[in-house]
Write a new protein. Structure first.
Length: 202
């Protein structure tokens, strides 16, 4: 029951603090520990609907930062002046469109992804890894050298390979499960810091 009360607290806290979903606290906790998003940074949020990570990122980077979200679903909420969204499939959107809000010659300081497949109980892990690999494939040309990555994945048999491929692309890499994650969930977040800025990730 203690764990259930903890999760109920995050749900109530999100409502009280104006976040669209409890998942905002996962990103806030990750950032508190790793300081990945700083004032003035540019952030690309992949799979951004309904918008709670957009809200959290917006507050972390401040009014001089830029947050761009991409999702197949529209984001109906008005987030903040420093946030814009693009509706579409990550794999089919040109880098030029994704980078346009930053101004010429700039790349993102961080890519964040809370994407997850529609869960069916069968094959969820593999679909989750596929989404993460789609993120890794987009790093070149979007993420600046030295930049950061946060992406959610469901743990399973191919997680070690995904982690190893991500680690090759970054100076530092670790897996982390925030307190706001549900105990029954197999989700974990891969955090990459110090993007090496070359080639593909595997």
């Amino acid at each position: 029951m203690a764990h259930r009360r903890l999760h109920d607290r995050y749900f109530k806290q999100a409502k009280a603090e104006g976040y669209l979903a409890r998942s905002a606290y996962k990103l806030l906790e990750i950032n508190e520990k790793r300081q990945l998003l700083r004032r003035g940074d540019s952030v690309l949020d992949l799979g951004c609907a309904p918008g709670s990570w957009l809200q959290a990122a917006s507050r972390l980077v401040g009014p001089k930062g830029v947050v761009v979200g991409v999702d197949l679903q529209p984001v109906d909420a008005t987030i903040a002046e420093n946030v814009m969204t693009i509706q579409g499939d990550l794999t089919g959107i040109d880098a030029e469109e994704l980078l346009a809000p930053l101004g010429e010659g700039r790349l993102y300081d961080a890519l964040i992804s809370d994407m997850a497949p529609k869960t069916s109980g069968a094959g969820d892990h593999f679909r989750s890894v596929d989404l993460c690999r789609a993120v890794l494939e987009r790093l070149p040309g979007l993420l600046r050298k030295g930049g950061s990555l946060v992406m959610k994945v469901f743990e399973g048999e191919t997680y070690p390979d995904l982690f190893a491929d991500t680690a090759r692309a970054f100076e530092r890499c670790k897996g982390f499960k925030p307190k706001a994650s549900r105990d029954v969930s197999s989700e974990i977040y891969i955090i990459g810091e110090g993007y090496r800025g070359h080639g593909d990730a595997g």
